[in-house]
Design a protein around this ligand. Sequence first.
Ligand SMILES: [Zn+2]
Length: 141
Amino acid sequence: MSDSAPNCVFCNPDPRDIIEETGHALALYSADAIKPGHLIIAVKEHVTFFEELSDAQAADLFALARRTAAAAQHAVGAEKYYTVSIADLVPHFHLHLLPRMSGDAPIGPYVMGDAGWRSVVGREVAVAARNELIAKLRARP
Ligand SMILES: [Zn+2]
């Protein structure tokens, strides 16, 4: 573990994507969103695996995830937010927050099955909608 890695997307996030920053965690709109409202909660330090998080990092990250998901659920009109961590492609611990909208098929069986979740969700995200949600979530009390 090191504090940051030069080519890591979560060590060097695009400031336009940042919704909130705490002592150990960042809330971001996903730069590679697979559906509108797809957010990322990442630990600020370059930690690869969940098991390597300190208690302080884990507490801060999950508290930010809970607050962000609750606000985003209201802002996008989602029934709920899925919380998923995979870390196959980006070796920096992060959570994906994905909204489940009314009428969406349950993705649980697809996340765990051969088809993968992109086969279920995979919609384009409009830049205007993305920026609107970032502004709403930044402005919350
Ligand atoms: Zn990193």
